[in-house]
Design a binder for this molecule. Sequence first.
Ligand code: SER
Length: 320
Amino acid sequence: MAQDVHCIIGASGQLGTEMALSLKSAGERVVLMDIKPPSFEGILDLPFEQVDVCDAARLASALGENGITHVYHLAAALSARGEQDPQWAWNLNMKGLLNVLEIAAGHVPLARVFWPSSIAVFGPESGRTAAQSGPRIPGTVYGISKNAGEHWCAWYHRQHGVDVRSVRYPGLIGTLAPPGGGTTDYAVEVFDHLEGPEPYRCFLDAHEKLPMMHMDDAVGAAMQILSVPRERLTTPEAYNIAALSFCPAELFAEIRRHVPGFKYECIPDYRQDIAAGWPDDLDDALARADWDWNPTVDLSDLVDTMVKARHSNQPLSPAL
Ligand code: SER
């Protein structure tokens, strides 16, 4: 049997970089795609195709020519950036996904597609702990696009048999590449400001609790959901997955245990309004039951890993 060939679309982004390194480390064949080349040196030896996911013809030929079997479609405008340019965000998020799904259904049959949804599909009606299938009234362009995307994935599976699988990611925290324009980015950005001299200025309220996750668990979730037999997936929706739930004050208190001189101030901006519409936590019982989802990194491990990485790496500057 021919070997699987994995393609990461959005490979230069925060999640794409981590996914690429993980697949490479597992000895898989990986092709990177993005509109801009990757910058993390650990993946620079992987083949790279410069592709705009909105260009359907170029995308189809790049996938076909490389014999791709598995696509991880991660290219998207996130919540905060999306509110500043709604038409651009909608176009990128929807056209990109529809191009991938159409190609998967048609002339380049793909074995599997992974496409992430988000906690942004939820709104205030979803309550503090969002249920798997409760109300979803998103308040951002990003959230609307992820909610619509979930429906499109279900439609392509039902109508065309496309094996697309999805999870609702919370804020993701890792060291290899900066996030690009999310509401949860403070929880990565802060690790560039541990030693002052100015206090770290957080753009959310000190008590704004949000669902969060370390990259190891985020990448693990994608690999896990992709590897189970399709029959085990009992919902056409993206799965809720939960790992951590904390507010800035709680994260910063944990950071102070590692860096006693760490100082911060909270000066909420427009991103606080976005965060206020999102749940504190998600009920992920279905993911645990259907495909054994079980996160491994707690808050103390996460801060420990991030502080150590920051002390040995180049700082990241979020690209908002
Ligand atoms: N991290 C994302 C954002 O803040 C949420 O999925 O937009």
